[in-house]
Ligand binder design. Sequence first.
Ligand code: PNS
Length: 159
Amino acid sequence: MKVAVYPGSFDPITFGHIDIVKRALKVFDKLYIVISENMSKQSLFTPQERVLICEEVLSECLDKIELVVSNELTVKQAKSLGATHIVRGLRALTDFEYEFQMTGANRILDREIDTIFFMTDNKFSFLSSTTVKEIAHFKGDLSAFVPAYVLQKMNEKLH
Ligand code: PNS
């Protein structure tokens, strides 16, 4: 069985993340969505809230995915879950430097865990959770960026 982890902040999960999950599930039999703290970002939702939101919007894939909250290094978490690969989405050249550094560090930490990238679909290439939070803050229309359930949860939190 091919097992991978898809780590990220998912604060909140967007249509871009959902697209990566669905594409990764064509390659891997099981995908652990690992909700980790990114130490350089301030979060809107608690990790437990993010788990519930992800489970709701990914309900059609719950037979092949599992949500995990992690306070560990991603490679350690991957190892303990029996995963061989880390899945990440790559949007544009601006992502490259960050992903390059993270993949390099992860490879030094554990050479047996490899990272596999999915190029984000063109229609999501500009989309990030940070952009979503900013638009939400100014009460902009987010219907093209996140599922309705995420929108509802963001409104409950922010307004
Ligand atoms: O969605 P993000 O914020 O770009 O995800 C970044 C994340 C959570 C994948 C990264 O910060 C992470 O893996 N954090 C856990 C600690 C770790 O393993 N860091 C990578 C080694 S440098």
